[in-house]
Design a protein around this ligand. Structure first.
Ligand SMILES: Nc1ncnc2c1ncn2[C@@H]1O[C@H](COP(=O)(O)OP(=O)(O)OP(=O)(O)O)[C@@H](O)[C@H]1O
Ligand SMILES: [Mg+2]
Length: 312
């Protein structure tokens, strides 16, 4: 499939070349020991650094689905790299480079497949907290509010409407655990886990990053409803790690779809969610493979977000 078909005037050469290969594992393309395999990313050990490779795997409800989605990994990696550059003055991050020419000879087996999906990053000691910032009441936050009137222990006014903007964004951390299920915790619990000083620093940085990106997106007709960050420590200094402001870590809404009380169509995985909810899948067993049309539409949506945000 040649993607210029979809964005005839806008696609960069990158997509025309890379869209043919969706990869569900990077193992055969990388000549280095695998350090960690997550649901979407693979971290390879380069000694001083990591080679972080974003595959085209797609997950929903903690299941990795099949098949992989063409270009998803390229989009996530390029978008994240873009944002890391944009936010470097607000917060240092783990990126060393994303430059094919700087990779050691022989590390990568297929430059066309790999060139937009890797990041060489500094190894950090991960802080096991997902730093979630919510600007709007929706998703899991809305569900908590309906049950308890609170989100992560933060008492909210009565009568809020689904998708309403908060007067001030909320910080609602989650503790990362090894099973991969994150547990919502109160800010006080986060203080117990990481210490008051570090908790305050992470919260402050998270707000600033969210506000920056929210504004940036707003100027491009996109609402950044919520997002999450991961931070790490190197020599006692806090840096941003992992990825930022991609559809995997953030909820993007097209401004024209924004309304109260409805389920707003997400800009990325919505075709997958809609399809899965139509199949009656119990979320406790392997789901059926996604139909080609769903995969193609999802791929198109990822590329569209990248285009709308970066012009790429
Ligand atoms: N610079 C870094 N130093 C150390 N760990 C990192 C760094 N950047 C990212 N990570 C970790 O690498 C992993 C990336 O994989 P991925 O995000 O696909 O995992 P995941 O399935 O989401 O699991 P997790 O819940 O652990 O994030 C994450 O665990 C992330 O915390
Ligand atoms: Mg992750």
């Amino acid at each position: 499939m040649i993607l210029t078909r979809i964005h005839p005037n806008k696609s960069k050469e990158v997509f025309a070349l890379s869209a043919t290969t969706a990869i569900s594992s990077a193992a055969e393309y990388v000549n280095a020991p695998l350090f960690y395999k997550g649901k979407v990313r693979e971290m390879y050990d380069l000694g001083e650094h990591f080679l972080m490779v974003t595959t085209d795997r797609i997950s929903a409800f903690d299941y990795v689905l099949s098949p992989a989605v063409p270009d998803k990994g390229n989009v996530l990696n390029q978008l994240s790299a873009f944002w890391f550059k944009q936010t470097a003055s607000l917060m240092p991050n783990h990126v060393v480079h994303t430059d094919l020419e700087k990779l050691p000879a022989g590390l990568i087996k297929d430059a066309d497949v790999m060139k937009h999906r890797f990041t060489v990053s500094k190894k950090a000691q991960r802080i096991d907290i997902e730093c979630v910032v919510r600007g709007y009441i929706t998703g899991g936050g809305w569900r908590q509010y309906q049950k308890t009137g609170e989100i992560n222990g933060i008492k909210l006014p009565e009568g809020m409407r689904k998708n309403e903007k908060f007067p001030q964004p909320l910080f609602t951390p989650a503790a990362k655990n090894d099973a991969g299920h994150d547990e919502d915790i109160s800010y006080e619990r986060m203080e117990e886990l990481v210490g008051k000083e570090l908790a305050a620093e992470l919260r402050e940085k998270s707000f600033r990053l969210y506000e920056f990106a929210h504004q940036f997106c707003a100027e491009r007709g996109i609402i950044l409803a919520d997002t999450k960050f991961e931070f790490g420590l190197i020599d006692g200094k806090v840096i941003l790690i992992d990825e930022i402001f991609t559809p995997d870590s953030s909820r993007f809404w097209a401004k024209e779809n924004y309304a109260y009380d409805i389920e707003i169509d997400g800009m990325d995985k919505e075709p997958v969610r809609t399809y899965l909810s139509g199949t009656g899948w119990d979320k406790n067993s392997e789901p059926d493979p996604l139909p080609a049309a769903v995969v193609e539409e999802t791929s198109r949506r990822y590329r569209d977000i990248l285009h709308r945000l970066t012009g790429g």
